[in-house]
Design a protein around this ligand. Structure first.
Ligand code: PHE
Length: 491
């Protein structure tokens, strides 16, 4: 038997897990959700979600992968065959996320290449929507493919391919650079943004809670699904990564490091974004909440504009977009890695390069839709459905799998024999009752809302497409394990 690939050291594993967790979710998604849901009001559910769900679920995924020594599909199937479908669904959903995630990286690459000329100075909003996206008036008008964007997207996928084609070994080397570099850049930007005139008003908006918003379940759904997104939970990634550890490694310590570093980076990038927003609000003499339309465009309108107003603008602009790209790339390849690890478990003989090549090509082709004039609308709809419905459901199913079928006590006993930080019975209670109940309630609320208040005012056909991105992968996911049974019967 071929021995399993291994991380070079525990340090490299933590870097890889943090690398997968920390990404555009921290610098692009977290700030726009915080802005959209009223600043300080979002932070409370976010931190609660981190403790009640983020950390316990991360322990679950690390423990399972490391104990069974298999990536998601085989690890889940070892609990009970039917759970293989849950793992496939998680992987498909991750793959859908990565097709648009790479497009956001392609926007960043386009900005990076223009950083010396700063063509957006003074009109960052119209630059983003017209020049970069070529956005159409509605999701029903596709517009053409934006060729420069497609070229950037190809470049992004080529880079992802070269990061992973040698598997754990090349990943281990790449993250030694792509993890520390953006953290240093983030600190530079933090100092810069906090010293901008007007920064204080932005920070005030960020930190002072608006308690009324806490009564809106939508804010809670957004916070909980953001925790899954940001810690790359329920995508099969953390299970695969942990399966490359020795069985004796400290599970809860690894989970603690990953969760803490990830959320610290989100909180710090929140400071950068909101300080900058405060600066822009002061410059424009408007309220912080009125600086820009909130949503996926936030980072790409606010930052470029603020950067262009700074002394040494091209330098800071280059730094910022390199930071976005280097943070994004290890998250992007982690999902490709998770899929490659499953295929490698199943069909040991296939060459890594081949798996990596086909995954990257499929990801590129799947992302073309987001490079059209209607791309941003599709991104918004598909992100909404996949993260709020598919991922929350996978989260619940993972809790049922360990809480009710495998037995949380059994997994916790393993965690405690290998870890320094021992978990108490609270963990069992979380996985068995608290987490699935909260997620279940939020999911019911979410599905009810989908039918009563159509998301974002989009036309029905577009929302049906959104549902398609939840349901088609679900159906495929449960057909694949069936076909495997048929194949093995024939043998
Ligand atoms: N955790 C990553 C981030 O916050 C996002 C991600 C989700 C990466 C799914 C891979 C798969 O940016």
């Amino acid at each position: 038997m071929v021995s399993r690939a291994r991380w070079q050291s525990r340090f490299v594993f933590i870097l890889a897990a943090v690398g997968s967790a920390v990404g555009l979710g921290n610098i692009w998604r977290f700030p726009y959700l915080t802005y959209k849901y009223g600043g300080g009001a979002f932070l409370i559910p976010y931190l609660i979600a981190l403790f009640v769900i983020g950390f316990p679920m991360l322990v679950l995924e690390f423990a399972l992968g490391q104990k069974i020594q298999k990536a998601a599909v085989d690890a889940f199937a070892s609990v009970r065959k039917g759970f293989a479908g849950v793992a496939w669904w998680a992987l498909f959903s991750g793959f859908i996320v990565i097709t648009y995630y790479a497009v956001v990286m392609a926007w960043a690459l386009k900005y990076l290449l223009s950083s010396f000329k700063l063509p957006w100075a003074g009109n960052s909003e119209s630059y983003f929507f017209s020049n970069v996206l070529g956005i159409t008036d509605s999701v029903s008008i596709l517009g053409g493919i934006q060729w420069p964007l497609l070229l950037s997207l190809i470049a992004v996928w080529v880079a992802i391919y070269f990061c992973i084609f040698k598997g754990v070994k090349s990943v281990g080397k790449v993250i030694l650079i792509t993890m520390p570099l953006p953290i240093i850049l983030l600190i530079v930007l933090l100092i810069r943004s906090l010293t901008l005139p007007g920064a204080g008003s932005g920070i005030f908006y960020y930190l002072v809670p608006n308690f009324a918003a806490l009564f809106d379940p939508e804010v809670w759904v957004a916070a909980f699904s953001q925790i899954f997104f940001t810690l790359t939970l329920a995508f099969g990634v953390m299970v695969a990564y942990a399966s490359f550890n020795e069985k004796t490694q400290d599970v809860s310590g690894n989970a603690l490091w990953t969760a803490v570093i990830n959320s610290l980076i989100s909180l710090v990038s929140g400071f950068v974004v909101f300080a900058t927003l405060g600066f822009m609000a002061t410059a424009k003499s408007v309220a912080v909440s009125d600086v820009v339309a909130s949503g996926p465009s936030l980072a790409f309108v606010v930052f470029p504009e603020a950067l262009s107003l700074m002394p040494w603008a091209p330098l800071f602009s280059v730094l910022f977009f390199i930071m976005l790209l280097s943070l994004g790339i290890d998250s992007a390849f982690s999902i490709v890695e998770a899929i490659a690890a499953v295929l490698k478990d199943k069909f040991g003989k296939i060459r890594r390069e081949v798996i990596a090549f086909w995954s990257c090509l499929t990801g590129l082709l799947g992302g073309i839709i987001y490079t059209t004039g209607a791309g941003l609308y599709f991104l918004d709809i598909i992100d909404h459905f996949v993260t709020n419905i598919a991922i929350l459901t996978v989260g619940i199913l993972q809790c049922i799998m360990i809480g009710w079928v495998y037995g949380p006590k059994r997994l916790r006993r393993y965690v405690n024999t290998v870890s320094n930080v021992h978990l108490g019975r609270w963990w069992d209670i979380c996985i068995k009752y608290i987490t699935p109940l909260i997620l279940g309630a939020l999911l019911i609320f979410q599905i009810y809302t989908e039918f009563t208040v159509p998301y974002g005012g989009y036309p029905t056909w577009a929302l049906v497409v959104g549902w398609g991105f939840v349901l088609v992968p679900l159906i495929l996911a449960f057909l694949i394990p069936q076909s495997e049974v048929l194949i093995s019967d024939k043998k």
